[in-house]
Design a protein around this ligand. Sequence first.
Ligand code: NDP
Length: 339
Amino acid sequence: MENRNRQVLLKRRPTGAPTPADFEITDAPLPDPGEGEVLVRGIYLSLDPYMRGRISGVRSYAKPVEVGAVMEGRVVGEVARSRDPGFREGDYVLGGYGWQLYSAVPGQGLVKLDPREAPLAAALGVLGMPGLTAYVGLSEIGQPQRGETVVVSAASGAVGAVVGQLAKREGARVVGIAGGADKCRYVETELGFDACIDHHAHELGTAIDLACPKGIDVYWENVGGAVQQAVFPRLNDFGRMVMCGMVAEYNDVEPRPGPNLMSAVRRRLKIQGFIVSDRWQRFAEYRAMAAPLLKSGELKYREDIVDGLERAPEAFIGLLQGRNFGKLVVKLGDDPTRR
Ligand code: NDP
């Protein structure tokens, strides 16, 4: 075990796209667990688009990260010392320890992980918050029916990949939208979507018309921007638009003009936003459904693993520009289950 901790702090609130200068990498004393706490050594840190909202200081559904504080984020780690009788040294746990190598946290609220069930990092993606997001939004809002057409943006990403695969299991025709030929190839050949449109290469409207000859019944919105502008007028009567996120707009300084909503009246659309944290109670149900599919290889996923805490700011900046390919994870330290 190291005898120092290393952390990434929010140095200042970014305006527009974050830059490395908005973050500070610093050393700190190794935290000492108090009664009922455990010292966790981080192994994998999850980087997620929602973090852009947390550093903007704008009122939202969750408290912002304060300037000078450790960046927040979910981490899978190993218990290095325990002062909680419920945990032993060597246990693997999931919790919100932030962008740092070590953390002393109350045992209460930690989730124990069994590496025999799934690779540890899966708890941050396909079997974690992004997977649950896909499950909740699809089952409660999108509700795809057999033969309907579902369009998913950021289709190769953590949420989009699960959305498309679950919609396929419901018998829908599933069309992905992703950035670049490699991502599209992966979405079609590995994830099994019926088609995938490269939003960098194609005139989007025409490409959507070709890929969705019967229009669109469900649009899973992950990105906003030009993709949303192209998809919205192509929604069918009684179409559903699952408002999951609009990552292409998270760095905007001014809000963009939205689509003309009169079409929602004419087409009797249902447009509904949701936040996965309102549905944690469905987590066990999601895991019970998804874990066996993962084990049997029916549910596929891809991780983009970046090595070293120091690279977290740069990787996060890239996530907001589509540079990741799959669930973005930072490897903080040795994963003993992968030796
Ligand atoms: P991803 O793994 O999908 O990574 C983000 C992807 O978004 C990129 O790979 C890129 O895909 C696309 N993207 C990023 N920047 C841009 C840009 N400037 N223009 C166009 N596309 C861009 O992330 P997640 O799966 O974790 O998240 C997907 C969405 O889901 C986000 O909007 C996120 O905020 C939202 N979310 C919402 C939750 C909720 O509770 N409502 C919970 C979790 C996530 P490509 O290159 O293919 O375009």
